[in-house]
Ligand binder design. Structure first.
Ligand code: INI
Length: 158
């Protein structure tokens, strides 16, 4: 019997790309900081000259799937992390943006075989988004952990 399980022992060797939406950058910059903090504490080089980490900026969450697809297709990364924030109160087309981002990211991940972490906060208010981006808890940290787990798992299964 084989048991496949992503561990954090080889985290320092995982190649990561983070794709971040600029829309609501008050929130997405905080998610990015949490993400980088977690990656760096797990041995990933997060300095500017890093050879194992890249960061791509897109205008909004709607653009995350296309750019993720281009990056995932390069074979340079073991895992991608997408970061965005869609806030219902301020967004009449909330459902459209969230649906396109979530379905798009899931389908890119399946098509390319590269795990892509869905780090798009979807909240009713800016207050809730702030709470999840650092005031109470920084979910960017959790997204990075999930990325390391999936990066390790996919290496085992390949
Ligand atoms: N993009 C977001 O990431 N969050 C939002 O809350 C948002 N709102 O409010 O509209 C948003 N819109 C921009 C969208 O993602 C695209 O960038 C834009 O439509 C251009 O394609």
């Amino acid at each position: 019997m084989a048991i496949f399980e992503g561990t954090f022992e080889d985290s320092s060797r995982i190649r990561v790309c983070i794709v971040v939406a600029r829309f609501n950058d008050l929130i997405t910059n905080k998610l990015l900081s949490g993400c980088l903090d977690c990656l760096s504490r797990h041995g990933i080089d997060t300095k500017e000259e890093s050879e194992q980490l890249d960061i791509a900026w897109v205008p909004g969450s709607f653009e995350l799937p296309l750019v993720s697809k281009k990056l995932a297709s390069t074979s340079k990364y073991d895992v991608l992390i997408t970061l965005g924030a869609v806030i219902r109160g301020d967004t009449p087309h909330f459902d459209v943006v969230v649906s396109e981002a979530s379905k798009g990211i899931a389908s890119v991940s399946r098509e390319t075989g590269i795990p892509i972490i869905f780090g798009v906060l979807t909240t009713d208010t800016m207050q809730q988004a702030l709470e999840r981006a650092g005031i109470k808890n920084n979910l960017g940290w959790s997204y990075a952990l999930q990325a390391l787990e999936m990066g390790a798992l996919i290496k085992q299964v390949n």
